[in-house]
Design a binder for this molecule. Structure first.
Ligand code: SF4
Length: 259
């Protein structure tokens, strides 16, 4: 990999001194977090405790590496030629990146100065006022809707649904392009009525370009064990490919672009 083979446009501005982010890790060639090939920044800290979380090692705030937006941007730029030619960009995820909105805003400003596409992967748990400055610099929001049902949302994430619904409606009001992501967990979110209600809610939003339906899997179970956390979905089996096809078709039949 080279660090300077891509054409660069614009001069990145140096962000205000003082902003630092808590970074968990980077992935140079992410293929599942937004369009094209992505440079993925995993940020530290999350208020949710999703039972199927793939990154429980990002949960605690105060951990990770402290970096400035410019330091992270320099990492991103090393791979620009690769993800740019593949129609990609940068995705900031976590954890919950909107716990560190100023950092995200300044990092994305630097990326835009270099014509890098920016995506923000969020659970939508923070108030719009807190998210505003980061979202203003975001080309695409990947909004993870965990469940449309209050009780199920609470059971799956440990948190209430209302802030997430408010966030989704706000994104629609400001016409921010978004993809909705929803993990299908047997016994929790694979109920037809619940999925239908989710699709109906998404149809009320005017900013959604795509719905991604993701099958639950247990690849991160080892992380939970290593961290000493109890993994409650041990006995839950992933949905079959046939069931996933049915669900995707159900969303498509309602007029949503789904995959
Ligand atoms: S919101 Fe994301 S990072 Fe946070 S617990 Fe849920 S799956 Fe994990």
């Amino acid at each position: 990999m080279t660090s300077s083979s891509g054409p660069s446009t614009g001069t990145p501005e140096v962000p205000k001194p003082g902003t630092r982010g808590r970074i968990h890790s980077f992935e140079s060639f992410g293929a599942v977090d937004g369009p094209g090939i992505r440079f993925v920044v995993f940020m530290q800290g999350c208020p949710f405790r999703c039972k199927y979380c793939q990154n429980p090692d990002t949960w605690l705030t105060g951990r990770g590496l402290e970096m400035s937006p410019l330091e992270v941007f320099r990492e991103v730029r090393k791979y620009r030629a690769y993800f740019h030619s593949a129609g990609g960009g940068i995705t900031v995820t976590g954890g919950e990146p909107l716990l560190q909105p100023r950092f995200v805003k300044e990092l994305f400003e630097l990326c835009h100065g270099d014509k890098i596409h920016t995506a923000l992967d969020t659970s939508g748990c923070v108030p719009p006022a807190m998210a505003e400055e980061a979202v203003s610099q975001t080309d695409l929001v990947l909004l993870d809707l965990k469940s449309i049902d209050e009780k199920t949302h609470k059971a799956l994430t440990g948190s209430g649904l209302a802030p997430v619904m408010r966030f989704a409606k706000w994104l629609s009001d400001i016409a921010k392009p978004a993809w909705i992501r929803h993990v299908v967990v047997p016994g929790y979110t694979d109920d037809d009525a619940m999925l239908g209600a989710l699709a109906d809610f998404i149809l009320t939003l005017r900013n959604v370009e795509l719905v991604e339906l993701l099958p639950f899997h247990k690849l991160a179970e080892f992380k939970w064990r290593e961290l000493g956390y109890e993994y409650e979905l041990y006995d839950t089996e992933p949905p079959s490919p046939e069931r996933m096809r049915e669900i995707i078709d159900m969303f498509a039949a309602k007029g949503l672009k789904a995959r």
